[in-house]
Design a protein around this ligand. Structure first.
Ligand SMILES: NC(=O)C1=CN([C@@H]2O[C@H](COP(=O)(O)OP(=O)(O)OC[C@H]3O[C@@H](n4cnc5c(N)ncnc54)[C@H](OP(=O)(O)O)[C@@H]3O)[C@@H](O)[C@H]2O)C=CC1
Ligand SMILES: CC(=O)[C@@H](O)[C@H](O)COP(=O)(O)O
Ligand SMILES: [Mn+2]
Length: 422
């Protein structure tokens, strides 16, 4: 595909993380627009092999990958699903193991790769999709955060398209002015389930409360990150990396309705905002179809009904994650890879009952401080440096949280039950 001059051609899409919230919605988008999209490949972690198999059979995906199941288990699951659906003669190319997602990402018969994996385990698939010359519709923000300059350097101009709702909103609003006319980016945050609480009130919240997001239905890790504001912290850095706007010109405002998905403020005082009811099918469709809109991909705002959109400042004392990330990102190198990896482990520890909710960000802060004290953030950012820094950060975070055995390669995104507590 010519990224600087794309055409509205039919696109074959490989979906990484097809069994998750983003992945299943992407399959809905594709099914609803058969004139625009087809499926080239599917990949998932393996926690729900039957669902992956049913998806593959339903769309006759030419390539299917799974991380934590064997090729023969995947083959068997697909045969059973095909049998149940009365489908004959479907025999996709199969991949299994740690590099299965990267292999599906590099599958040549695709135009677009949608990375909907959770966690920085998505970094190598992100790099594989870029190296293969596919358009990359990126929901997996952690790969950009951890990979930073590495991912940016691997992407040709126009090759990396945001799917995250805030960044999709900004990409749309940026069409309203030239780069030198942009003054500030303003990211909206719903405030999550704990909006308005003090740090003391956060001490005894439960995992079930943390994932009960007020406006979005998402996976466990991103829902927890929304509650701690780590999601918004990652998104500020994501915006900086995607749009090349200095961190000090990126703001966050709490907007509990999640209808304004973010804004661009221009130098003449004009602000362009993108508004739509909270529904990821819109940014997913626009991401894989970029820059062309997909008619009817989501419901529009209903202007015949009364509605209220409110905005309030963030309580940075109760939610220090954003200030912490801005400082870490400004220091560069592997600092944000460490921030993210420590968070993935701390989120897992919180869900296992090993730490309280405020200790998630406390752990991230302590691990980042420890790395800073060891003065190892700078230097050239290579994939090996990122992976090594992540390994170190995961071990440090796990030990601080009282979880001691070596971290799974997927960190918090690894299969349930893979890690044991002391
Ligand atoms: N959900 C949303 O609305 C939004 C999500 N995002 C981002 O999108 C990403 C996905 O989020 P979400 O869909 O909510 O998460 P989910 O937890 O719902 O889904 C994660 C997916 O990743 C798969 N997966 C895990 N490990 C691997 C692996 N090693 N190789 C391949 N696939 C793997 C899982 O497979 P399985 O479970 O079958 O093992 C699952 O399909 C995250 O980065 C998130 O921050 C961004 C904006 C909005
Ligand atoms: C849908 C999406 O893009 C999420 O990242 C969402 O923004 C999370 O909501 P918060 O604003 O609560 O983090
Ligand atoms: Mn978002």
């Amino acid at each position: 595909m010519d990224f600087s001059n794309p055409t509205r051609q039919y696109r074959r899409v490989s979906i990484l993380g097809s069994t998750g919230s983003i992945g299943t919605q992407a399959l809905e988008v594709i099914a609803a627009a058969p004139d625009r999209f087809g499926v080239a490949g599917l990949s998932a972690g393996g926690r729900n092999l039957e669902l992956l198999a049913r998806q593959a059979v339903a769309v006759r995906a030419p390539a299917v990958g799974v991380a934590s199941a064997s090729e023969s288990d995947l083959e068997r699951a697909i045969a059973q699903a095909a049998d149940a659906a009365g489908v004959r003669g479907y025999a996709p190319v199969l991949f299994s193991g740690d590099d299965a997602a990267a292999k599906v990402a590099a599958w040549p018969d695709a135009d677009v790769v949608l990375n909907g994996i959770t966690g920085s385990i998505g970094l190598e698939p992100t790099l594989a999709a870029l190296a293969a010359g596919h358009l990359l519709a990126l929901a997996n923000k952690e790969s950009l955060i951890a990979g930073g300059a590495l991912v940016r350097a691997a992407a040709a101009p126009g090759q990396l398209v945001p799917v995250d709702s805030e960044h999709s909103a900004i990409a749309q609003a940026l069409r309203g002015g030239t780069a030198d006319e942009v003054d500030r980016l303003v990211l909206t945050a719903s405030g999550g389930p704990f909006r308005g609480r003090t740090r003391a009130q956060l001490q005894h919240v439960t995992p079930a409360e943390a994932v009960a997001h007020p406006t979005w239905d998402m996976g466990r890790v991103i829902s927890t990150n929304s509650a701690s504001m780590v999601n918004k912290a990652l998104e500020v850095i994501e915006a900086h990396l995607l749009f090349d706007i200095p961190l000090e010109r990126i703001d966050v405002v709490v907007h509990p309705q999640s209808v304004i998905h973010s804004m661009v403020q221009f130098i003449d005082g004009s602000t362009l905002a993108q508004a739509s009811p909270p529904d990821m099918r819109l940014p997913i469709a626009l991401g894989i179809g970029w820059p062309f809109r997909v008619p009817g991909s989501a419901r529009a705002c209903d202007w015949s009904r009364s509605a209220e959109w409110t905005f309030e400042p963030l309580d940075e004392e109760a939610f220090p994650a954003i200030a912490l990330a801005k400082r870490a990102a400004a220091e560069g190198g592997t600092r944000m890879a460490v921030y993210n990896a420590a968070n993935e482990e701390a989120v897992e520890a919180f869900h296992r009952g090993a730490i309280g909710f405020p200790e998630i960000v406390d752990t991230v802060s302590a691990v980042v401080d420890e790395q800073r004290a060891r003065e190892v953030a700078g230097g050239e950012l290579t994939l090996d440096a990122v992976l090594e820094a992540e390994r170190w950060a995961r071990t440090s975070a796990r030990s601080r949280c009282g979880l001691v055995e070596s971290p799974a390669p997927g960190g918090a995104a690894g299969p349930e039950g893979q890690k044991e507590e002391l």
